[in-house]
Design a protein around this ligand. Structure first.
Ligand code: C5P
Length: 313
């Protein structure tokens, strides 16, 4: 049984201060992009995981920490299904890139496990998804959605048109919790400097209240279908922290600006950067220029929005 789910970019990512559970309250506009993770499950004597595809090399665990296997185990625990499975993942989403590839693996594995088990309760699948990671419910659902809470409380967003993106991965990788922690540190440092809150607010994107405000400009741009309006509205609070940890990210972003991208946007906690293009020709031009840039590891062209996790014939 084979299922597919997609990576995402956050068209808006506002990050608040962490709560007592260590998680940061978010306001996020997720958009699924056309790079797919394809997960195949087959009944077997014991559980196993193998990984192939464009991004297979980069340290994807094949033990219990693999999110597709974690998804199958969570599905078994919740539903009482007791089969063992071999799992094969074809990775077309960058690993540890901020695009939710691991979350897409989990969503596709859930969809495939449910089909193998003949299980059809979508509400329970969504509940299992939320226990697996903050981005898994979105990977299950796809399209464009506004996320609150940890990012897992989703409401649909009206989005017209197709966006053309070029994605560039850096020569380094970033761990999501490390980037969140660095953001907290940078904000604490900025708040305690003598220059005071005004400068800090500018560098680190507004007051605590503003950070979790409704992303009205992005929502309006999506409703209008205007790529130019969207380009002017996209925003990611995580950018200063990712750039601080991996300065090459700033260089990659600059290269895209110079090459004429309509918008340059860090994807989630990075280091993958998304470059918004006017149309397919523009996206091809951007991709060619970025491929020759220092600090760029790989370049991929894609479009959004893409759909949610679904079975593949
Ligand atoms: O939920 P997920 O496993 O994707 O999150 C990975 C880590 O990122 C969490 O353990 C947490 O440290 C951090 N995180 C956070 N606030 C969020 C989402 C994730 O601090 N809203």
């Amino acid at each position: 049984m084979t299922a597919r789910a997609y990576g995402k970019i956050n068209l808006h990512l506002g990050v608040g201060d962490p709560g007592t559970d260590g998680y940061h309250p978010l306001v996020s506009v997720f958009a699924a992009l056309g790079c797919a993770e394809t997960v195949t499950l087959a009944l077997a004597a014991e559980d196993s995981v193998t990984v192939g595809g464009r991004y297979a090399e980069a340290g994807v665990p094949t033990n219990r920490t693999n999110l597709a296997l974690a998804a199958v185990r969570a599905f078994r625990e919740r539903t009482g299904w007791d089969a063992r499975v071999s799992i094969h993942i074809d990775k077309q989403v960058p690993v540890a890139g901020g695009m939710g590839g691991g979350s897409a693996d989990a969503a596709a594995a859930l969809r495939a496990a449910a089909a193998l088990a003949g299980f059809e309760d979508a509400t329970v699948l969504r509940e299992i998804a939320a226990t697996l990671g903050a981005d898994v419910p979105f990977a299950l659902r796809g399209g464009v959605a506004l996320g609150r809470g940890r990012g897992d409380e989703l409401t649909p967003v009206l989005a017209k048109g197709t966006q053309h993106w070029v994605l560039a991965t850096s020569t380094g990788s970033l761990s999501t919790p490390v980037v969140y922690r660095r953001l907290d540190e940078l904000r604490a440092e900025a708040a305690s400097t003598a220059q005071g809150a005004a400068e800090a607010a500018e560098v680190l994107s507004g007051t605590a209240q503003l950070r979790l405000a409704e992303p009205t400009a992005v929502l309006a741009a999506l409703a209008s279908g205007s790529t130019e309006l969207l380009a002017a509205a996209v925003h990611n609070d995580m950018t200063p922290a990712a750039v601080d940890l991996l300065p090459d990210v700033a260089h990659v972003m600059d290269q895209g600006r110079r090459a004429g991208a309509l918008a340059v946007l860090l994807s989630g906690s990075g280091p993958t950067v998304g470059f918004l293009a006017q149309n397919p020709t523009h996206s091809l031009e951007l991709a060619v220029l970025l491929e020759a840039s220092r600090g760029v590891r790989r370049v991929a062209r894609t479009t959004g929005p893409a759909r949610g996790a679904h079975l593949v014939e």
